[in-house]
Design a protein around this ligand. Structure first.
Ligand SMILES: Cc1cc2nc3c(=O)[nH]c(=O)nc-3n(C[C@H](O)[C@H](O)[C@H](O)COP(=O)(O)OP(=O)(O)OC[C@H]3O[C@@H](n4cnc5c(N)ncnc54)[C@H](O)[C@@H]3O)c2cc1C
Length: 365
C-alpha cells in the first residue's frame, strides 16, 4: 500500500510526487491521460518563483523542452485605439505537453510510481486512510493510502470529494493554434484588452511555427470577444482565420481567491490536501499558475512528510505552508478593481494600469 497517492501529473502533482518520493515515502502518481498530454496553457515560466523552483527542483529546462523562441523579453499590453505598454520580464517559453512530461519523468526518477490512463472516479475514507477508486483501461481499480494529494486541476474530483456542494466560480478560456503570419514582435507575449470587452481579453504569440491565440472571460461575452478578436488580428496583424485551426481546446480556471482569503474554502481536510488549481492556487489578474502549483505542491509534500513523522494530521502544516501565497493573493486583488475602474472611466491609461497590475503579480511569496 502506498503512503501517499497524488492525483494528477501536472506541475503541482509532479513536484509533490517527486518531493514525497525523495523523502522515502512510497508514492503513487495517478494520471487519467496518456503522457505526454496537451494542456490549454501559454507555457510561459513567468514569475521569479516559477523560475527559482524549477531550477532548484528539476534543474535547467533542457533545450528540447523549450520552444522557438526559447525565451521572451516580456509582455506587451494593448488596448486597440488607445495604445500599448511594455512590461519587461525574462520568461521561458515551452509547450506544456513537453514541460509537464519532463517534470513527471523527474518524479519517476525520484522513485514515484506513475500510472497513466488512470482516471480517479471517487474517494472514500477507510480506517486511518483512504480508498481511491479509479478506472484504468476500462477496469475498476481500488488503491488505499494514508495521504492524498489532489493535484487534478481546475475541476478536481478530489476537491468534489472534500466539498461536494462547493459552488466554484470559473473563468472560461479557449485556445486556438494556427499557421501563417502574425505581425507582432515575437520576443514579447501580447495581451489585448479592448475597451468593449475589458476585463475580458485575448492574447496572441508565436511559438515554433505556430500562432497561439487565447480568449478569456465570462462565458456570456466569449463568443462576441472571439469574433471581435479574429477580425482585429486578421485586419491589423495579418492572421489568416480562414484556415482550419491546427488545434483547438478550452478549459475552465477556478477563481477561488476570495474564498481562500476569507477561509470559507480550506484547501485541505485532515490528510487530504489540494494543490495547484485543485486548491485554487492560480494568481489573480495574470492567471499564472505554474509557480503557484510549485509552491502549493511543495507545501503539500512537506506537510505529508511532517505528518508521516509525527502522526498529526497534515492539514495544519499545509495551511501554514500556503498562507504566504494566500496573503499575496489578497494584496493583488485590488488590481482587478483598478482595471475595471479605468475601463469604465474611458480607459485612457488602460494599457499602463494593466501592465502595473501584471507587474504586481510578478513577486515572491
Ligand atoms: C489559456 C491559459 C494560459 C495559461 N498560461 C499560463 C502561463 O503561460 N504560465 C503559467 O504559469 N500559467 C498559465 N496558465 C495556468 C496554468 O496552465 C495552470 O494554472 C496549471 O496548469 C495548473 O496546474 P495543475 O498541476 O494544478 O493542473 P493541470 O496542469 O491541469 O494538471 C492536472 C492533471 O490532472 C489530471 N487529472 C484531472 N482529473 C483527473 C482524474 N480524475 N484522475 C486522474 N488524473 C486527473 C489531468 O489530466 C492533468 O494532467 C494558463 C492557463 C490557461 C487556461
Amino acid at each position: 500500500m502506498p503512503d501517499v497517492i497524488v492525483v494528477g501529473a501536472g506541475p503541482a502533482g509532479s513536484i509533490a510526487a517527486k518531493k514525497c518520493a525523495e523523502h522515502g515515502l512510497d508514492t503513487l502518481l495517478l494520471e487519467k491521460r496518456a503522457l505526454p498530454r496537451e494542456k490549454v496553457c501559454s507555457g510561459m515560466v513567468m514569475g521569479e518563483i516559477a523560475h527559482t523552483i524549477i531550477r532548484e527542483e528539476f534543474g535547467e529546462i533542457p533545450p528540447e523542452v523549450l520552444t522557438q523562441p526559447s525565451q521572451l523579453n516580456g509582455y506587451i499590453f494593448h488596448t486597440p485605439g488607445v495604445g500599448s505598454q511594455n512590461l519587461d520580464n525574462f520568461t521561458r517559453l515551452t509547450w506544456r505537453r513537453n514541460l509537464d512530461h519532463w517534470m513527471t519523468q523527474k518524479a519517476e526518477a525520484a522513485g514515484a510510481q506513475l500510472w497513466t490512463g488512470t482516471r480517479v472516479t471517487g474517494l472514500k475514507e477507510k480506517g486511518a486512510g483512504f480508498l481511491v477508486q479509479a478506472e484504468k483501461g476500462g477496469e475498476k481499480q481500488e488503491v488505499e493510502a494514508r495521504f492524498i494529494i489532489g493535484a487534478d486541476g481546475a475541476t478536481s474530483v478530489v476537491r468534489k470529494f472534500l466539498y461536494p456542494g462547493l459552488a466554484v466560480p470559473y473563468g472560461q478560456v479557449f485556445q486556438e493554434l494556427y499557421r501563417g503570419e502574425l505581425d507582432l514582435d515575437k520576443s514579447y507575449f501580447h495581451w489585448f484588452y479592448p475597451m468593449e470587452f475589458s476585463p475580458a481579453m485575448f492574447t496572441a504569440h508565436r511559438k515554433d511555427d505556430l500562432i497561439v491565440v487565447d480568449y478569456g472571460g465570462p462565458s456570456g461575452v466569449l463568443k462576441k470577444l472571439m469574433k471581435w478578436a479574429r477580425e482585429y488580428l486578421s485586419q491589423n496583424h495579418g492572421v489568416d482565420f480562414n484556415q482550419k485551426p491546427v488545434w483547438r481546446g478550452g478549459c475552465l480556471q477556478p477563481a477561488l481567491f476570495r474564498a481562500l482569503i476569507d477561509h470559507s474554502f480550506l484547501p485541505a481536510k485532515g490528510n487530504v490536501l489540494l494543490a495547484g488549481e485543485a486548491g485554487g492556487f492560480v494568481l489573480p489578474i495574470s492567471g499564472e499558475g505554474i509557480g503557484t502549483c510549485f509552491r502549493s505542491g511543495l507545501s503539500a509534500a512537506s506537510a505529508v512528510i511532517k505528518a508521516a513523522e509525527t502522526g498529526a494530521p497534515a492539514d495544519s502544516h499545509y495551511f501554514n505552508g500556503v498562507q504566504p501565497m494566500i496573503s499575496a493573493f489578497e494584496e493583488m486583488l485590488p488590481w482587478f478593481k483598478k482595471v475595471i475602474t479605468e475601463t469604465r472611466s474611458g480607459g485612457h491609461s488602460l494599457p499602463q494600469v494593466v501592465a502595473d497590475a501584471y507587474g504586481a503579480t510578478l513577486r515572491t511569496f
